[in-house]
Design a protein around this ligand. Sequence first.
Ligand SMILES: Cc1cc2nc3c(=O)[nH]c(=O)nc-3n(C[C@H](O)[C@H](O)[C@H](O)COP(=O)(O)OP(=O)(O)OC[C@H]3O[C@@H](n4cnc5c(N)ncnc54)[C@H](O)[C@@H]3O)c2cc1C
Length: 464
Amino acid sequence: MKEISCKLLVIGAGPGGYVCAIRAGQLGVDTVIVEVGKPGGTCLNVGCIPSKALIHAAEEFDKVSHMAGGKSPLGISLSAPVLDLGKTVAWKDGIVSRLNSGVAGLLKKAGVKTVHGWATFRDGKTVEVETETGSQVIRAETIVIATGSAPVELPFLPFGGSVISSTDALALSAVPKKLAVVGGGYIGLELGMAFAKLGADVTVVEALPRVLAQYDAELTRPVVKRLAALGIEVMAGAKAKGLSTKGDALLVETADGKNAKVSADKILVTVGRKPVTEGWGLDQIDLDRSGKFIRIDDQCRTSMRGIFAIGDVTGEPMLAHRAMAQGEMVAEIVAGHKRSWDKRAIPAVCFTVPELVTVGLSPEEAKAQGEIKVGLFPFAANGRAMTKLGEDGFVRVVARADNHLVLGIQAVGQGVSELAAAFGLALEMGSRLEDIAGTIHAHPTQGEGFQEAALKALGHALHI
Ligand SMILES: Cc1cc2nc3c(=O)[nH]c(=O)nc-3n(C[C@H](O)[C@H](O)[C@H](O)COP(=O)(O)OP(=O)(O)OC[C@H]3O[C@@H](n4cnc5c(N)ncnc54)[C@H](O)[C@@H]3O)c2cc1C
């Protein structure tokens, strides 16, 4: 059995793990990373990137379909488009594979050694990896667990056959005629809306009284409107119960307690993700948990000295950029820097139609802390939004009433994901309403909505 030793061992090369390893390598820390799959983890291979590629293709197809249907107000008409989903998926796979090589190259450039295989703890300082060429033992002074998350499977709707996970949905060879989506969270709606645009007849079954329930109703209203416009039926307050005997329908208990059948050739289950805490010897090291996640402190240290954990395995929000920020911080701590988690906010983007962005506190959450001011500026009054047929939506700024410190920013609208950077920066810099209102925002851009929302909260918006 081969043995190597290193200062830092990272388990899992998702956004958390690979960023941690690259930063550690840059800082001269002797680092090894172990990955059983391809570099990039869930995000790059079966999450953020491929889903956004599919969403973009669906958006383009929908756009030209409207033009072909003579419904475009832009005066453009053309003949009916044809979709070759195989080609779309191959294009998406090409992006993923370019990024796989990119991450592998960055790890190499930083001097990180990559070991391919499944890692299992033997004890708090030793890990055994099953590689293609046999077992490899790695001893490390410090170990970072970045094993990520996996889709939650419903016991009465196990994955297989017509029941698919988000991973399967990103690799279909044909658009399902009828798609039932179980779970109206962001992954279910992003994919459900994309397939509806590609021509599928989509039904969303959500157990809670409304979809995207983690957001307030004012914010999700434009998305709900668009779901209806896309012909997506939303069964809210309904429980998926199982598969019909023939496997061609989803059995549902509706909000009023009746039994219903949703015929579907594919049933996409997106009811959440669970941390990967099994199969790698967690029992050998007996770390404290926080619910199903690994418990960490403000430096991502676990309950065992010398073992850190980052990313989805440590809890919500399960987002790639949180994992990356934790990875970078831990690498610097291992290299001897004084660091701890001091972020004011983690932006969250939902790539539905239209898109949603939230940073910091919602009006309800902020109100619970004291008196607030809220400014909302609709895109219906924004010139750039009009030129993009993107009038549905708004930017909303939430601030303390006494000193105008910005506590939260939300937006819904076409392409607002790109405003996440400005919103995050404003919060991280401790901006007040006057800072945003006093910043010249380029015209004509949707970003002007941000400035106007701050002006509105101050009581003197200019364009409404
Ligand atoms: C469809 C979908 C869309 C998403 N869209 C977004 C989005 O738009 N924005 C966003 O921020 N987030 C998005 N996410 C979430 C995002 O993918 C995760 O938050 C992110 O990947 C978490 O990073 P991580 O490093 O913690 O873990 P992961 O990316 O899950 O990586 C963990 C890695 O560890 C490896 N591994 C696990 N155990 C072992 C072991 N014992 N030995 C060796 N290797 C091991 C796995 O193979 C995996 O590669 C999406 C997720 C999905 C499913």
